[in-house]
Design a protein around this ligand. Structure first.
Ligand code: UPG
Length: 479
């Protein structure tokens, strides 16, 4: 019996991109797979592991192994760390290009070595689940005869655009200094989209940046994956998903959250969390605006100043997550003079549990940089958004939120700089019961769609079970 179980129980190695917005959905996926009979070996970089343990309240037993509590609860999740090639003290964000070069050339060698050791010591390992942004999954999966699964942590729309870079190039919308400016209407499953809504990397002038080289390689690589998992919902992006599915087996399994999103048993925070619960308790229903720009995007001091003044003009209560590196790695005093004085209307924190804050009934709006996790969490909590996209997929995600789904507003038109008056106006629109009624109605529908997708017969659950079954078949037929 034991032997049979060993043979049929799939064992997957999971390797997220070493960034907060990727580690969170990967951790949730690990738990979801383990709850459904997988053995998991989860691999974080030593740097990510160090950041997580540093951010934990003292004396927590899971400090050395973030999955210790999950294992105690019966889940078979093992934990490994790997070097990304840089010393722990190296500032990866401040030296982004150097860090990306390392990710292209050094990090894969370490992952390869680790996977080789793991596979040799444990032949039950059959499956390799890596972030789509990694540039080497095919090589490693092939070398060790593992089923190759790509996990995409952004919307299907964004995947589809990267997937069809060749079409964008052929049609002159990408890869040229004088690019076409008309709509892009030839990507399978994607409605006509304006070039200004493309991800920032595809709008950049430098065509040989390390980031673009990663993109070329990663989206060449993904085409050889056996399966693609996407953290989205079928009903929200059905045409795009169908078109992708025609190319490769693609499964929309989102939102990939813990079963109780506000009570996760695995530590993932890279920064220490401030508890906002007591403060929120004192606020009326729907009266608080939450503001966060995710884990690493940077904002100009000028924009911070306009947002700060806009907040004061709007007169709403708010929680603002201002990471110490929000504007730069040197500047710490970024708020306008006078803004920082304590009033009961505002709470400024370096980091908090975003999902806990968004789930609180006092929160009525979210000024967000449009990271995909933030969007999924806001939709799940039924909180309308004010969109302030900064770079990468956030630009394209904004289109989904504002133009396609009608669950958010633009903070500005994206051409002219943001102004405090406009910021205040938009905040009051989103937060007003009357003016924000349309947004609230739409977001309730989206929340229902997500909830339905996660029921036993819902699309995400069915897709997930189909994936489990397909992966098992594939494992059995590996040569
Ligand atoms: O105080 C905070 C702020 C954020 N979060 C969490 O951190 C995650 C942030 O993820 P996301 O909103 O996606 O933003 P980024 O950290 O910027 O994520 C990166 O990864 C995402 C997924 O690939 C992309 O969509 C983004 O553009 C990219 O910047 C979310 O789960 C938040 O709940 C907290 O828990 N507390």
């Amino acid at each position: 019996m034991e032997e049979d179980n060993q043979c049929t129980k799939p064992h997957a190695i999971l390797v997220p991109l070493p960034l907060q917005g990727h580690v969170i959905p990967f951790t949730n996926l690990a738990v979801k797979l383990a709850l459904n009979g997988f053995t998991i070996t989860f691999v974080n970089t030593q740097y990510i592991h160090h950041q997580i343990t540093k951010s934990q309240p003292n004396n927590k037993t899971e400090q050395d192994d973030i999955f210790a509590a999950a294992r105690k609860s019966g889940l078979d999740i093992r934990y490994k760390t790997v070097s990304d090639g840089f010393p722990l003290a190296f500032n990866r964000f401040q030296n982004l290009d150097q860090c990306l070069e390392g990710h292209l050339h050094v990090y894969p060698t370490h992952v390869d070595e680790l996977v080789g050791d793991l596979v040799q010591s444990d032949p039950s390992i059959t499956c390799f689940i890596a972030d789509t942004f990694h540039t080497w999954p095919e090589t490693i999966a092939n070398k060790y005869n593992l089923v190759n699964v790509s996990f995409w942590t952004e919307p299907a729309l964004v995947l589809s655009i990267y997937y069809h870079l060749d079409l964008l190039k052929q049609n002159g919308h990408f890869g040229f200094h004088d690019k076409r400016e008309d709509n892009i209407d030839y990507i399978p499953g994607v409605q006509a989209i304006e070039p200004k809504d493309l991800m920032s990397y595809l709008q950049a002038a430098d065509l040989s940046s390390p980031m673009l080289r990663i993109i070329y390689k990663a989206f060449h690589e993904v085409k050889r994956a056996d399966f693609i998992l996407i953290n989205t919902v079928q009903e929200l992006e059905s045409e795009t998903l169908s078109a992708l599915h025609e190319k490769q087996p693609t499964y929309a399994i989102g939102p990939v959250f813990p079963s109780k999103p506000t009570k996760t048993i695995v530590a993932t925070n890279l920064m220490s969390e401030f508890d906002c619960t007591q403060w929120l308790k004192t606020k009326p229903h729907g009266s608080v605006l939450f503001i966060s720009f995710g884990s690493y995007a940077q904002v100009t001091t000028k924009d911070i100043e306009e947002i700060a003044h806009g907040l004061l003009l709007s007169k709403v209560s708010f929680i603002w997550v201002l990471r110490p590196d929000t504007t730069s790695y040197e500047e710490t005093n970024i708020l306008p003079v006078g803004f920082d004085s304590l009033t009961s209307k505002k709470l400024i924190v370096p980091w908090c549990s975003q999902i806990k804050v968004l789930s609180h009934p006092a929160v009525g709006g979210f000024l967000t940089h449009c990271g995909w996790n933030s969007i999924l969490e806001s939709m799940w909590c039924g909180v309308p958004m004010l969109c302030f996209p900064l770079w990468t997929d956030q630009i394209t995600n904004r289109k989904l939120v504002v133009d396609d789904w009608g669950i958010g507003l633009n903070i500005c038109d994206g051409v002219k700089p943001i102004t405090r008056v406009e910021v205040a106006e938009k905040i009051n629109h989103v937060m007003s019961e009357k003016l924000g009624h349309g947004l609230q109605k739409e977001i309730k529908n989206v929340r229902q769609t997500m909830e339905d997708a996660l029921t036993l017969n819902g699309s995400s659950q069915k897709n997930f079970f189909q994936f489990l079954s397909d992966v098992k078949t594939k494992v059995q037929t590996r040569n």
